[in-house]
Write a protein that binds this ligand. Structure first.
Ligand code: GAL
Length: 670
């Protein structure tokens, strides 16, 4: 990825503010009002055309660009820049009617119909060709349009069609496997096909992991390769359009990611885009939605290698797709936007500009609600736009480099959550979330690290539930510790290699020597069961039979069948330390471990003494520093700070009173 967001923000003259604009859903008379209102709100960037394929190309070979010409011209006259979509997010019904073979096929072999969106097979040659045609027509017409500052390829790849099991996909899968393994023997070895009589004699016999016999399990490596292949197919589809646009246009090209979206390996995808952009929606049933939002934002910054990125979509208030769609409370729009900006976003865009009257998203909030401008949401939109104009100098600055990294790999996520494992309670994502949540609650900055990427510059590295680890990634972690780093590795990590083959000789194979432990047997706990530990605390989900080899046991199991085996260990390696957490510690014991590790690694919070739920993140650039403070709690807090509060212009000397639900940015010179 070459980070090119600065080209966009330079043309906007500050932080991007706006959202998806779907004027095709409205009569033209409304457009003038739209632009006037955008100006009133300080909107400077809108995404146009995401779902316009059917109108722009109403029939094969026939394009109707007139209405889009008028939209772009008007926006430009109004001083609003455009993130122009290639319109290929959803094929029109004529396409699927002409190419029934390009429709999505599910795991049971049933073909899905058009009528919603993303009704296509990611491996369909006809679909790829049609998208390249469409993108080509768009770029030919609009590459030189003065409103266009960014290209938006498709939309949220793999949101509704992550895996397609059709025959064309099967064929593409075989080619992919051939390229990966070279010979059918190598595939047999990697997939362990000596098991259950799965030996393949010819590539033509190889299939996607379609629905298998009842109460059985498809080959795990076949499943893992299927996740790898399918993720790659979406990236390939993206790249085809990206190339067409980049060959003709000078503006950067991107597509919008979806936070922690399991089907797509965003480390790979990030290599393909000119800038990272993301869609992030508040999950109201989440145990801590604000923590989850922060985590997504930190992932995006990590994908962007620490450079600024763009928040392409979030919501002003309720969405329409959760079981119960809570409206955001007053001030929540501002808080959630500022969370992203604090963590490196140089823009806050929303879905969508004007709430639809028809269609499946008519009850989704927007910048202009159904109620019109005489509404709380609209007033908040206008006020926040004014706030953002005061924050323009932040663009291009970077979040102060975190000292803690959490290793997160999609391959390990895929493999770790396959069936036929010791316990269904193992969830790599839950492990990651637990560590992130603890660090977030302590105001400690966190990056996510791609497995195998350099860990230089970090003091503490967390390896949460990384079940699959290849040799190269294991080596990076071992060398990090040898060089003086502190690493903490949690249960069921380092168990298998890249083929999902168990590393023999004692668990956790990839890390047994580094950790100085040798685990002989897993002893997962049953639902509701807990086990006592040597300090009187209890643990759940998992326990193990084993011993330390060279490590020191900090905690052992005190009762049950694993009594005496190590549950928490530390081992000096080189000039660093490697910790092993072999079970799911209680919240209280876990919290103490996190505190101890931070102290041992010398990691400081961004601001000390803040209660959980009050975020503090510093961005630095040029000779300035901006301390972002976001208070999700119901209490006012006093925060140590010095400088000028950007929104109010007030001087802050030593402490700032941050009201309940409030947010502030304190600027200082460095
Ligand atoms: C995103 C999508 C938008 C809209 C929005 C609703 O998934 O990109 O088109 O559907 O969600 O929250």
């Amino acid at each position: 990825m070459s980070p090119r967001l600065d080209e966009v923000t330079a043309r906007l003259g500050g932080i991007a503010y706006g959202g998806d604009y779907n004027p095709e859903q409205w009569p033209e008379e409304i457009w003038a009002e739209d632009i006037a209102l955008m100006r009133e709100a300080g909107v400077n960037l809108v995404t146009v055309g995401v779902f316009s394929w059917g109108l722009l190309q109403p029939a094969p070979g026939r394009f109707e660009f007139g209405w889009l010409d008028r939209v772009l011209d008007r926006l430009h006259e109004g001083g609003i820049a455009v993130d122009l979509a290639t319109a290929t997010a959803s094929p029109p019904p004529w396409f699927t009617t002409r190419h029934p073979e390009a429709a999505l096929v599910d795991v049971t072999g049933a073909r899905r119909s058009h009528g919603a969106r993303q009704a296509y097979c990611p491996s369909s040659a006809a679909f790829r060709e049609a998208t390249v045609d469409m993108a080509g027509a768009m770029v030919e017409r609009y590459a030189d349009h003065p409103a266009v500052v960014l290209w938006h390829v498709s939309n949220e790849y793999a949101n509704h069609n992550w895996h397609c099991y059709c025959d064309a996909s099967a064929e593409a899968f075989r080619h992919w496997l051939e390229a990966r393994y070279g010979t059918i023997d190598a595939l047999n070895a990697a997939w362990g096909t000596a098991f259950w009589s799965q030996h393949y004699g010819d590539w033509r016999e190889v299939l996607p992991p379609r629905a298998v016999s009842y109460h059985s399990f498809a080959n795990p490596t076949q499943q893992l390769d299927w996740w790898r292949f399918s993720s790659g197919e979406h990236v390939r589809l993206y790249r085809a359009e990206h190339e067409v646009i980049a060959a003709r246009a000078t503006q950067p090209v991107t597509t919008n990611f979806m936070s922690f979206w399991k089907p797509l390996d965003y480390w790979d995808f990030a290599d393909a885009v000119d800038l990272v952009s993301n869609d992030d929606y508040l999950i109201v049933d989440d145990r801590d939605p604000a923590e989850r939002t922060a985590m997504a934002a930190d992932l995006m910054r990590s994908l962007a290698s620490g450079e600024p990125w763009l928040l392409m979509e979030h919501s002003t208030s309720a969405v329409n797709w959760q079981p119960r769609n809570r409206a955001k409370a007053p001030g929540e729009l501002r808080r959630t936007s500022l969370q992203h900006l604090a963590r490196g976003a140089d823009g806050a865009l929303f879905f969508q500009w004007r709430a639809s009257r028809a269609g499946a998203e008519k009850f989704h909030s927007a910048l202009v609600p159904h109620a019109g401008t005489d509404s709380r949401v609209w007033h908040e939109v206008v006020d926040f736009g004014a706030d953002l104009r005061k924050l323009g100098a932040v663009t291009g600055s970077r979040v102060d480099r975190p000292r803690v990294a959490i290793v997160h790999g999609w391959e390990s996520w895929w493999a770790g959550e396959l069936d036929s494992h010791p316990s269904q309670d193992f969830s790599p994502f839950a492990q990651l979330r637990r560590w992130y949540g603890a660090l977030w609650g302590r105001s400690v900055g966190v990056d996510f690290a791609r497995p195998g990427a350099s860990l230089d510059g970090y003091d503490l590295v967390v390896v949460p539930g990384q079940y699959l680890v290849d040799d190269a990634a294991a080596r990076v972690i071992t060398e990090f510790v040898a060089g003086g780093g502190t690493v903490v590795i949690t249960w069921f990590s380092g168990i298998v290699d890249e083929h999902d083959h168990v590393r023999l000789g004692g668990y956790p194979g990839a890390f047994a020597e580094l950790l100085g432990v040798r685990i002989e047997e897993f002893a997962p706990l049953l639902a509701g069961q807990s086990v006592g530990l040597s300090d009187g605390s209890t643990a759940t989900l998992w326990s193990e039979h084993g011993r330390t080899t060279t490590a020191t046991a900090v905690l052992t199991y005190a009762d049950g069948p694993t009594a005496g085996s190590p549950a928490l260990t530390v081992h000096g390696h080189g000039s660093g330390h490697a910790w092993y957490v072999g079970t799911e510690l209680s919240d209280e014991r876990f919290g103490r471990l996190v505190d101890d590790l931070l102290t041992a690694a010398g990691v400081e919070p961004v601001v000390a003494g803040l209660p959980r739920g009050v975020e503090a993140v510093r961005r630095v650039g040029g000779d300035g520093a901006w301390l972002f403070l976001v208070n999700h709690t119901g209490d006012e807090v006093s925060v140590a700070a010095d400088g000028t509060e950007v929104f109010t212009g007030r001087q802050v000397d030593g402490a700032l009173a941050l009201p309940a639900g409030g947010a502030a940015v304190v600027h200082s010179t460095r």
